[in-house]
Ligand binder design. Structure first.
Ligand SMILES: NC(=O)c1ccc[n+]([C@@H]2O[C@H](COP(=O)([O-])OP(=O)(O)OC[C@H]3O[C@@H](n4cnc5c(N)ncnc54)[C@H](OP(=O)(O)O)[C@@H]3O)[C@@H](O)[C@H]2O)c1
Length: 337
C-alpha cells in the first residue's frame, strides 16, 4: 500500500519539493495550507486549513499518516498545536528546521550537539532562530524518537522564493562587468531543495531520528564554481566576472549575504554558516547533486516563468544596487592600477 504522507504547507519552495518527491515515489500525498500561495498540483490532495486556527486541523485526525512533514517558520505554537493533533495519528514527523537554531555565531564545524538558542514551544513571537528552535522542541516533546529534525543551511534550487540564486542568475543574464566577491576558492555549503526532500524522506523511512545538519560537505561548491555555473547557463555574451578581494568588498560597505547573496567573507563572524559538520547526514544517506545541475535547473525554471521569480514577503529582497556595483568596481580598478 502507498505511504500516506502529509505535508503541512507544500506550495512554496521546500514543501513543494517534498510533495514532488513523495509523488515521484508513488506515495499518497496530502498538503494542508490555506490555498493562498498556489496549489500542490492535481496529483496531491489539498486539505484546506489555517495553522493559526487549530480547529481547522480536525480533518487531519480522521485518518492515519505514515509521515508528516512540517515546513513552518512562524510561531512554534502552530507546530505545538499540529503535533498535538497528530501525535496519535502519525507514525513519524519531520520538521524542516534551520542551522539558525545554533547559538550565534555558529562555530566552525558546528555539530548537532552544539548549543542552541534559548526557546520554548509556547513562543508566539521572537527571532527567527527562537521560533525555529521552539518549533523543534514542540516536535521533539510530542514525537520523541519518531521525529527527524532537518537543520537545513542555505537551500537552493528551482522554485527558490528567497531570491539568492535567482539574483545571481539575473545579474549574469544582464551581462557587463560583474563584481565577483573573492576569494574564488571560498568554500560554500548549501543543499539543493530536491536533495533535502529526498534525504529527509529516505532517512525517516529508514528509521533515523533526531537533529541532522543538512547541507553539502564544505567545498562541494566554491564561489567560483557557483558563478561559473551561472555564467554558463545565463551569462550574456559580454558578461565578465571581476574578482574583488573580500576585504575590499567589506570596506566598501557592501553587506555580505544580503547584498551579495550566498557570499560570506572568510573571516566573517558567521563564516560557520558555510562550515557545518555534516557527517551524520551523509552517513545517513544525504547525497548532493553537482552545483552545475542546481544552477541549470534553477535557470530553466526561471526561464519558464512569465515574470520575475516569486519572493517571500517576510524577508528582505537580496541583491546589490547596480550603481553601487559600478562604483565599487571603479574603485577596485583605481586602486589596482
Ligand atoms: N530558504 C532557505 O535557505 C532556508 C534555509 C534553512 C531553513 N529554511 C526553512 O525551510 C522552510 C521552507 O519553507 P517553505 O516556505 O519553502 O515551505 P512550503 O511548505 O513550500 O511553503 C510554505 C507553506 O505554508 C503555507 N502556509 C502559510 N501560512 C499558513 C497558515 N497560516 N496555515 C496553513 N498553511 C500556511 C503556505 O500556503 P498558504 O499561504 O496557501 O497557506 C505554503 O504552502 C522554512 O521553514 C525555513 O525556515 C529555509
Amino acid at each position: 500500500m502507498a505511504v500516506a504522507m502529509l505535508v503541512l504547507g507544500g506550495t512554496g519552495f521546500a514543501g513543494r519539493a517534498l510533495v514532488e518527491e513523495g509523488l515521484s515515489r508513488g506515495w499518497e500525498v496530502s498538503a494542508l495550507n490555506r490555498g493562498l500561495s498556489g496549489s500542490p498540483g492535481p496529483r496531491a490532495t489539498h486539505v484546506a486549513g489555517d495553522r493559526l486556527d487549530p480547529a481547522t486541523l480536525a480533518p487531519l485526525r480522521t485518518r492515519e499518516w505514515e509521515l508528516v512533514v512540517d515546513t513552518w517558520s512562524g510561531a512554534p505554537t502552530a507546530v505545538r498545536d499540529s503535533v498535538r493533533a497528530l501525535v496519535d495519528r502519525a507514525a513519524r514527523y519531520i520538521f524542516i528546521s534551520s542551522g539558525s537554531v545554533y547559538a550565534p555565531p555558529p562555530p566552525l564545524g558546528v555539530t548537532e550537539l552544539s548549543p542552541t538558542v534559548e526557546a520554548s514551544p509556547d513562543l508566539r513571537t521572537g527571532e527567527y532562530s527562537e521560533l525555529k528552535r521552539g518549533a523543534e522542541m514542540a516536535v521533539l516533546e510530542a514525537f520523541g524518537d519518531r521525529a527527524l529534525i532537518a537543520r537545513a543551511g542555505l537551500i537552493l534550487g528551482p522554485h527558490e522564493n528567497v531570491g539568492r540564486l535567482p539574483w545571481w542568475l539575473t545579474r549574469l543574464a544582464a551581462g557587463g562587468e560583474i563584481l565577483a566577491p573573492g576569494p574564488p576558492q571560498l568554500e560554500l555549503q548549501y543543499v539543493d531543495v530536491r536533495d533535502l526532500a529526498r534525504f529527509v524522506l529516505d532517512a525517516s523511512v529508514d528509521g533515523h531520528s533526531g537533529p541532522f545538519n543538512v547541507v553539502s560537505r564544505r567545498g562541494h561548491a566554491t564561489m567560483e564554481s557557483l558563478l561559473d555555473a551561472c555564467l554558463t547557463v545565463a551569462g550574456r555574451d559580454d558578461a565578465q566576472l571581476t574578482w574583488v578581494a573580500p576585504d575590499f568588498v567589506v570596506d566598501s560597505g557592501i553587506e555580505p549575504w544580503t547584498e551579495l547573496p550566498i557570499w560570506l567573507p572568510p573571516d566573517h563572524e558567521y563564516a560557520g554558516m558555510h562550515a557545518a559538520n555534516v557527517e551524520p547526514a551523509h552517513a545517513a544517506g544525504l547525497s548532493c547533486r553537482p552545483v552545475s545541475e542546481t544552477v541549470a535547473d534553477t535557470w530553466a525554471w526561471m526561464s519558464r516563468l512569465d515574470g520575475p521569480p516569486p519572493l517571500r514577503g517576510d524577508l528582505p529582497r537580496p541583491g546589490l544596487d547596480p550603481v553601487r556595483e559600478r562604483e565599487v568596481l571603479a574603485a577596485w580598478h583605481a586602486q589596482s592600477r
